[in-house]
Design a protein around this ligand. Structure first.
Ligand SMILES: Nc1ncnc2c1ncn2[C@@H]1O[C@H](COP(=O)(O)OP(=O)(O)OP(=O)(O)O)[C@@H](O)[C@H]1O
Ligand SMILES: [Mg+2]
Length: 392
């Protein structure tokens, strides 16, 4: 029996909204997508009201799940930015990404996310990341790619690092946990929505030999999203545990930028075996990188190392290298902090163009110099992981 939108709307009409009217009359529902018994939609409310809507979202999910024939329901609570309101600091210009653009720095902590201080993450019973790692059956290691601030090339690095690890013969997955601005759909060119298996788990999309999952597959990429703290965890937890990852050696998680409460909660709750910090050579970014390091140390997640992205400028015409940002900062910082230095990635048009066209450089130019750099970083990460396992 196939489920219809009408059935979903009828079920939702029985849910009362905080505005006193039925949910279906509150003017907050996105179009409802129903396919093969899977129901996806979002409830879009004003950021200030979001807390009051959390229970409504949960109720909506349970009434939809109760409809005969519904295999799963994924209902997101999103807070849409009002026209004219300041842009949440999620999509940023990469520093110096093209000569005609001025470097864009925006401190990560200015993120347009409501404070989540009231939301205390559940305690981590095992205390150590090793105790947490077996949480996802079949996945041997979950690693985070993180940065202190946005726009440093974290997503680009996460995807190309995942491909580098794939090239070393590992089975690799990529989870885009940047629920504020998922960019993996764009970076991979994936447009389809995940299917469900018999156990009602979402099947990750296979692309470039990677198992890929992103919240962006479920909601539109350009919907401005401001998630409430508890929603952040439930969305990420669902993507980690309600996804049929299969057997993976490494699951690479592209973290949201910043080191705020939401990120800390995430770092604490995701069963991470280690973290890779991406930084640009600028001082500002290094200060942020230090903050990123401190965040992982706080939650007992080993830092596998630092990657310096946009490390030096490589002229696409003559190949000449210029250290326009005074490169080498991240290497020194890593040495100073006693953290492994994983490698330097140049600022290069090919990396930007391939990323932005959904054809990451390691996949599209496997024999080129950039792919070799990402593979070398991948090899160091793999060795760090081996070391972490041996030490456990
Ligand atoms: N090494 C590089 N050379 C050239 N361009 C790069 C490089 N790394 C990243 N970029 C470009 O910089 C921009 C930002 O990169 P990316 O989206 O990976 O950053 P991010 O840290 O994930 O950002 P956000 O904080 O918004 O999630 C993209 O346009 C990307 O193509
Ligand atoms: Mg990103």
């Amino acid at each position: 029996m196939s489920v219809t939108q009408q059935q979903v709307l009828e079920a939702l009409a029985g849910v009362k909204s905080p505005r006193g009217v039925a949910l279906t009359n509150a003017n907050v529902l996105s179009p409802i997508a129903v396919s093969d018994g899977k129901v996806f939609f979002s409830i879009n409310v004003d950021a200030a009201e979001a807390r009051a809507w959390e229970t409504v979202r949960a109720q909506a999910e349970s009434v939809v799940r109760a409809i005969p024939g519904v295999a799963s329901a994924m209902i997101a609570l999103t807070a849409e930015r009002k026209a004219g309101a300041p842009q949440p600091a999620t999509r940023r210009q990469a520093p110096g990404q093209a000569p005609s653009h001025s470097p864009g720095h925006s401190p990560s902590h200015s993120h347009g996310v409501a404070p989540v201080a009231a939301h205390r993450p559940p305690p981590n019973p095992g205390g150590s990341p090793m105790a947490r790692q077996s949480d996802i059956p079949g996945v041997a290691a979950v690693i985070a790619v993180a940065s202190g601030k946005g726009g440093v090339g974290k997503s680009t690095t996460a995807l190309n690092l995942a491909l580098g690890l794939r090239d070393l013969g590992l089975r690799v997955g990529l989870l885009d946990a940047d629920i504020y601005g998922p960019s993996v759909p764009r970076l991979t060119g994936i447009r389809e929505k995940p299917e469900l298996n018999d156990e009602r788990k979402m099947i990750p999309i296979q692309r470039f030999g990677l198992a890929v999952m992103s919240i962006g597959f479920l909601v539109e990429e350009d919907t401005a999203m401001i998630w409430r703290g508890p929603m952040v965890m439930s969305a990420i937890t669902q993507m980690l545990r309600d996804v049929a990852w299969g057997t993976l050696d490494v699951l690479v998680v592209d973290m949201p930028p910043g080191t705020g409460d939401a990120q800390l909660t995430l770092a604490q709750n995701v069963p991470l075996k280690g973290a890779v910090i991406v930084s640009t050579p600028q001082d500002l970014s290094l200060i942020d990188a230090r903050r990123g390091l401190a965040m992982f140390t706080k939650v007992n997640v080993p830092v596998l190392g630092i990657v310096e992205n946009m490390s030096y400028f490589q002229c696409p015409h003559c190949g000449t290298r210029s250290d326009i940002f005074g490169h080498g900062g991240a290497r020194h910082e890593a040495e100073r902090l006693g953290v492994p230095f994983l490698g330097e990635i140049p600022l290069h048009m090919a990396i930007r163009a391939t990323s932005d066209s959904g054809n990451p450089v390691v996949a599209s130019e496997p024999d080129g110099p950039h792919a070799a750099i990402y593979r070398a970083i991948g090899a160091k990460v793999r060795d760090q992981l081996k070391g972490a396992t041996a030490a456990a």
